[in-house]
Design a protein around this ligand. Structure first.
Ligand code: DC
Length: 230
């Protein structure tokens, strides 16, 4: 069976990662979370005092890009993807609100994007991958055979992120999360480099009122249509 590239883009907290992960598992593809890579760079900035009230210390960060190595491994038990920053498991830290607050600024830097996009293209060299993010179908893999653009209302997305944080036993403030979701939408859509937008040939998926099962079935059906499987 010919392997393809599946690009899943959309707003933050739309459940892209969950959907991309389960699609990859169902069809035997590798899953890559491009947002985790920007989050890991943001964590590096926080840990190395490159973030202040004035923003990111871009000059220092630019000089350090060669020292930032991001990779993924599969959890031996759950098989979930774990993000490594210079070989260290940072999967939990990169999901914190502190990282969420600065990540859009980091992801808006052109030299950071160039570096991440190079790495992402290398991950897709053998095809057979599902990658989710903001610019996968427009910039990273404009020739991807299957492109999905996911959206849902900001309130639904904030509630999902809130539930996620509470479920893992941490504290959360719904209004703070909603504000963060709206701010990130704005930055992601208006930044100069690779702004978030739907590729002309992407399929639109609004999952505000869809169950996970409905969404999974829809994705598999689209995958089969594209690959010609019955
Ligand atoms: O999907 P996420 O919330 O984990 O993404 C984290 C941030 O990284 C978000 O602000 C958007 C940005 N991002 C991006 O600019 N390009 C990507 N391909 C993926 C994420």
């Amino acid at each position: 069976m010919k392997k393809i590239i599946i690009a899943i883009d959309g707003f933050s907290s739309c459940g892209k990662s969950t959907m991309a992960k389960s699609l990859a598992r169902n069809i035997g593809y590798l899953y890559f979370d491009s947002g985790a890579m920007y989050r890991a760079v943001a964590l590096y900035c926080l840990e190395n005092n490159l973030v202040s009230e004035d923003g990111i210390d871009t000059e220092t960060l630019k000089g350090r890009m060669g020292d930032i190595e991001i990779s993924f491994i599969a959890d031996p038990v759950t098989k979930n993807s774990i993000t490594l920053l210079n070989g260290r498991d940072v999967e939990k830290e990169i999901r914190s609100i502190e990282v969420s607050k600065v990540v859009s600024k980091v992801a808006a830097l052109d030299f950071v994007r160039t570096d991440m996009i190079d790495q992402q293209r290398r991950m897709g060299e053998s095809k057979g991958i599902v990658m989710d993010g903001r610019d996968i179908g427009t910039t990273v893999f404009p020739n991807a055979e299957m492109k999905i653009f996911v959206t849902a209302s900001a309130e639904v997305r904030a509630q999902r992120r809130y539930d996620e944080i509470i479920a893992r036993g941490d504290k959360a403030d719904y209004n703070e999360i909603l504000e963060n979701v709206q701010q990130r939408d704005h930055i992601d859509q208006t930044r100069e480099v690779s702004p978030l937008r739907k590729a002309d040939d992407a399929l639109l998926l609004d999952n505000s009122h869809m169950t996970r099962e409905e969404q999974e079935a829809w994705l598999i059906a689209e995958f089969k249509k594209i690959t010609g499987e019955c």
